[in-house]
Design a protein around this ligand. Sequence first.
Ligand SMILES: C[S@@+](CC[C@H](N)C(=O)[O-])C[C@H]1O[C@@H](n2cnc3c(N)ncnc32)[C@H](O)[C@@H]1O
Length: 277
Amino acid sequence: MTGRDEFYNKAKQQGYRSRAAYKLKQLDDLENVISGGDTVVDLGAAPGGWLQVAAEKVGPQGSVIGVDLQRIKDLEDEDLAARVETIRGDMTQERTRERVVEAAGGTAGSDTDEESAARDGGPVDAVVSDMAPNVSGEYSLDQARSLHLARQAFETALELLDSGGDFVVKVFDGPDVDAFRADLEEEFKYVRATSPDASRKESSEIYLIGKGRITAPLAKGDELEVEIVDVGNEGDGIASVEGYRLFVPATEAGETVTVRVEDIKPNFGFAQRVDRE
Ligand SMILES: C[S@@+](CC[C@H](N)C(=O)[O-])C[C@H]1O[C@@H](n2cnc3c(N)ncnc32)[C@H](O)[C@@H]1O
């Protein structure tokens, strides 16, 4: 029996809408991305296999928002259906992304969504994307389209994910995937690449799992007093704010200085001392 038959038959027997349901189960077994009570956004959700699995895992206190170009039929199981909201739309369109943010309880339409989520975290615990383009058969084209969809999912995740939230994204493997992974690594505690057993053997798809979205405890423009606890390789002083590293030029270890935050990255930031202005 091939892998295809095994998961296809299992899905039929167990009432899942797609064999893909087992991929999400395997990804979740590996990295525990969905817990009871979570709010989950499922991108590229039709026909709904991942939606069924996600709705089971979030339990009665959780909720799942599924988005697809195709219409997604309501789940047959009433308990699961009550936890699921679906949106029909194209995730490459800003309007669809706004509808998803609204459904998740965020404030859509502001340019600062991503910036504020980078500081305070957003309303969502996990964003999972199984989006895939219609394949043309020309691999380099399909791969580029798949990466484009994965990047759209990543932007949505940055807008929506709470601090500590997780991201799962499918992408067809190819040369630019390393750069995409490096971008994820800046935003999450760690990133893992995997091909679940339920993926067809001949498939070139991989899933990247970003675990633990990192958010900064500070925002650009904040002024605060910090103690310089160390000096970096470039000679800048380093302060620690709730474990977050802030680089402050022209300071020395042991000094207490007032600084203004100039730039914020997920892992570290830059500030200028203002007590000498
Ligand atoms: C592999 S299927 C998803 C299967 C699903 N995870 C399941 O378990 O049933 C990929 C889906 O991505 C959707 N998709 C592709 N491009 C999209 C886009 N721009 N916006 C929203 N959905 C998209 C397709 O319509 C398709 O339903």
